[in-house]
Design a protein around this ligand. Structure first.
Ligand SMILES: *Cc1c(COP(=O)(O)O)cnc(C)c1O
Length: 370
């Protein structure tokens, strides 16, 4: 008989489904009965409800978070010849969306505490072609938006938030998604608010931008068969919207549960040789990820694996060192902070249903291995 303890998953989506099973099943059955699969009733209602949750005027849903970024950029009028400033320490989709819009991602380093874009490096990256700044609210913690908005105002740039990891996070009491001109959210299954497949949305207080994304996601048509612009087909499935409406009702308590789990990790890891997440002043973190930092990452990750604990690395290769963006011409040493961070970070399991017992098991291994 094996003495191996049960595996602690990185994110346990089955556990979450069990807590809301009856409501999800009814919601899905409702769509199947109505048959309004494309841009149905639940899509419209989810958009209203998610806008209200973000305290924003408009939400337009799309097929996934990458498309939300892509269409947000296009709605802002960004295209070939333009430059968009973003951080090299992010998920690849941030940079891919800029490329998809036809523009060039101009990368800057991250800062060493919250790992979000280093605001002090932004101005030096501005050129006459710069059209926008695209900060990422990484791991569930807002980027330092006030100085970013101030630079943007001074240089007449638009600000597009990558809020794909920051559903419900706040900066100085304001929800992520309402801080810049427009924001992109992902509802990929593992996100704080996740669908049962791909899903995404934009949120904005600017009606002009919402209207433009609304056209771009659905063949550029306002009325059937009249196409006002060269557009895309990237809509949120009604089935996914129905699931998201059920889950949205739990998002606040789920985020609260993530914060409780993070606080327990903070306490349990106080004597471990790892750098714990640092909270920025004036920020409400929603702990999409709980990321620790250690020069002995490989050893720590192996010890956790040996203890049957799943971990992740978000992200091991910064954008500027990805083969896909070799054409930007960077090399090792170009962004030293991001490179050091990428080689030392480790994401520990965190999700609303994680138990105290599991957190203790993870932390014990971290204390022993580090
Ligand atoms: C998840 C994510 C995306 C992309 O969202 P998808 O729905 O997977 O396309 C973009 N940016 C960040 C920071 C993300 O975490």
């Amino acid at each position: 008989m094996s003495l191996m303890q049960k595996r602690i998953q990185f994110v346990d989506l089955q556990a979450q489904y069990q807590t809301i099973r009856a409501d999800v099943d009814v919601a899905v059955a409702g769509v199947l009965q109505r048959g309004d699969y494309i841009l149905g009733e639940d899509v419209k209602k989810f958009e209203e409800e998610f806008a209200a949750y973000c305290k924003a005027s408009h939400c337009v849903s799309v097929g996934n978070g990458t498309e939300a970024l892509h269409l947000a950029l296009m709605a802002c009028g960004i295209g070939p010849g333009d430059e968009v400033i973003t951080t090299t320490h992010t998920f690849i989709a941030t940079a891919l969306a800029i490329h998809q819009a036809g523009a060039k991602p101009v990368l800057v380093d991250c800062e060493p505490n919250q790992y979000t874009i280093d605001v002090s490096k932004i101005e030096a990256a501005i050129t006459p072609r710069t059209k926008a700044i695209l900060p990422v609210h990484l791991y569930g913690q807002p980027a330092d938006m006030d100085p970013i908005l101030e630079i943007a105002r001074r240089h007449k740039l638009q600000v597009i938030e990558d809020a794909c990891q920051a559903h419900g996070a706040e900066y100085k009491g304001r929800r992520c998604g309402t801080l810049g001109d427009i924001a992109a959210f992902s509802f990929y299954p593992g996100k704080n608010l996740g669908a049962c497949g791909d899903a995404g949305a934009i949120v904005t207080n600017r009606k002009d931008l919402a209207d433009q994304v609304w056209l771009l996601r659905n063949y550029g048509q306002k009325v059937k068969n009249e196409h006002l612009c060269k557009a895309f087909n990237t809509r949120l499935d009604t089935l996914q919207a129905a699931v998201l409406r059920v889950k949205l009702r739990h998002l606040e308590s789920w985020n609260e549960a993530r914060r409780r789990a993070a606080a327990q990790y903070d306490e349990l890891l106080a004597s471990a040789q790892v750098v714990r997440p640092k909270l920025a002043p004036n920020a409400t973190h929603v702990y999409h990820l709980y990321v620790v930092r250690t020069p002995n990452r490989a050893k720590l990750q192996a010890a956790l694996e040996a203890g049957n604990v799943s971990t992740g690395i978000h992200y091991p290769i910064p954008v500027h060192l990805q083969p896909a963006f070799a054409d930007l011409g960077f090399s090792r040493g170009s962004f030293p902070v991001a490179e050091a961070v990428a080689s030392e970070i480790l994401s520990l399991p965190i999700f609303p249903e994680i138990t105290r017992e599991d957190l203790e098991r993870v932390a014990t291994i971290c204390r022993q291995a580090s």
